[in-house]
Design a binder for this molecule. Structure first.
Ligand code: UGA
Length: 432
């Protein structure tokens, strides 16, 4: 099929590349000419394992192109995917400005029947509104489909090529059939539903995963007080198939561009229909507090942090990405600087992005390798579970630090590893 993806952010770019990989002719459109030029010259603007190779391969084979010209891309397409951002407004509500603008532009360029698919995360009812809006602007036939995206950063290519399920939200049989054909090479688990339920599935899924994380983090906090080990507890719980073992890793909480934004948006969606989503509000609150666990542990072991040298390992909100949006590292670093600690930070790929968005850059020392960040430190805090950190030799690490104090915010080291060292080791929800 001829497919057009509008917006070359995470979702649009990865989806476009992956759909070209399974044999479709794909055009990715972005109104940022610089970005289009970069993509055309083979530069991938995000760090995502495997993406560059697939992009180059499909471009070379003539199935994938990038343009800033919407009109040709719309006219040539059988299916048009809207993949622009829905960032949060100060109220927490999703900002639909970009998506409405794109729908408007598509309507004006249409020259025949099109299936218009929303991949962006949008509040329930948005697709119905887009349908009305486009219908008023064009006389050509079209159908609207909501196909929410479930890919994760860091494993986006794998998630797109091998999804657990594909949700196709549409009231129209012709569009459902086209979308089913399109997704068949990826999975046989295709669920067709109405548009509003599809929109809700996306929010409910992210909110549920966020709930699992905040739940296990609270269990971890209790474990610390009663002398239990949250990793053992999570392993035991996870064996119950009704619970499942994933997303039960305790730590300093979730970050990123999705969970914080989508949980806030769902609270708003509920609020708009006079429903208070009490559980989700608590999930958000628990998550906000959880990151300060690191500061509490530092104070517990070092007392006053003023003048103390603290190493930071990891700035990205999770490993295998350079994304620092809503990363716990942000508030932890701010808090350390407020306490007048001397901070030395390192991340394998996200440091540059972090520095761009961090107001107090000049107050921080930046290292280009993990050991340099730890050198002469009074304590080291691990904030992102990068593989590189897990592989560090703890004995060598201990030797270069001023005081062997390790705060493991992601529980990456085992008791056995640490017991062979002199580290004062603090993790989340595990006995000291
Ligand atoms: C999340 C969802 O997992 C995707 O299905 C969804 O498509 C995406 O949001 C989105 O809405 O676009 P993502 O934000 O890329 O994906 O990352 P996750 O792997 O879900 O991790 C989110 C955060 O939760 C990270 O900060 C991670 O460290 C944290 N986390 C995850 C935990 O603290 N514990 C866990 O057990 C799992």
């Amino acid at each position: 099929m001829n497919l057009t993806f509008i917006g070359t952010g995470y979702v649009g770019l990865v989806s476009g590349v992956c759909f070209s990989e399974i044999g479709n002719r794909v055009t990715c459109v972005d109104n940022n000419q610089d970005k289009v030029d970069q993509l055309n010259s083979g530069i991938v603007p995000i760090y995502e394992p495997g993406l560059k190779e697939l992009m180059e391969k499909n471009k070379a084979q003539g199935r994938l192109e990038f343009t800033s010209s919407l009109s040709q891309a719309v006219q040539e397409a059988d299916v048009i995917f809207i993949c622009v951002g829905t960032p949060p407004l100060p109220s927490g509500e999703a900002d639909l400005t970009y998506i409405k603008q794109v729908a408007h532009d598509i309507a004006l360029e249409m020259d025949g029947y099109k299936v218009i698919v929303t991949k962006s995360t949008v509040p329930v009812g948005t697709n119905d509104n887009l349908k009305d809006m486009i219908g008023q602007l064009t006389s050509h036939a079209f159908d609207i489909v909501s196909t929410p995206e479930f890919l994760r950063e860091g494993t986006a290519v794998k998630d797109t090529l091998h999804p657990d399920r594909v949700i196709i939200g549409t009231e129209n049989e012709r569009a459902a059939k086209m979308m089913t054909e399109l997704h068949k090479p990826l999975t046989s688990n295709i669920i067709t539903t109405d548009i509003r339920s599809a929109e809700m599935i996306k929010y409910a899924s992210n909110a549920f995963l966020a709930t699992k994380i905040s739940f296990i983090n609270e269990i971890a906090n209790i474990c610390e007080k009663v002398g239990a080990d949250v990793t053992e507890v999570a392993a035991g719980m996870g064996q119950d198939r009704r619970i499942g073992s994933s997303f039960l890793q305790a730590g300093i909480g979730y970050g990123g561009s999705c969970f914080p934004k989508d949980t806030d948006a769902l609270i708003q969606i509920a609020g708009n229909v006079d429903y208070e989503f009490k559980l989700l509000k608590s999930v958000v609150e628990v998550n906000k507090d959880q990151r300060f666990n690191v500061i509490d542990k530092l104070k517990h072991s070092l007392g006053d942090l003023k003048g103390k040298r603290i190493g930071i390992w990891g700035l990205a909100f999770k490993p295998n990405t350079d994304d620092v949006r809503d990363t716990p590292a942000l508030e932890i670093m701010e808090s350390l600087l407020e306490e007048q600690a001397v901070v030395n930070a390192y991340d394998p790929v996200a440091a540059e992005n972090f520095r761009k968005g961090f107001g107090k850059c000049d107050s921080v020392e930046w290292s280009t390798d993990a050991l340099a960040a730890a050198k002469d430190c009074d304590a080291l805090c691990l904030l992102t579970d990068w593989e590189e950190f897990k592989e560090q030799d703890l004995l060598a690490l201990q030797k270069i630090m001023k005081q062997p104090i390790l705060i493991d915010g992601r529980n990456v080291f085992s008791k056995e590893q640490v017991s062979q060292t002199d580290f004062q080791y603090y993790s989340i929800g595990r006995p000291e």
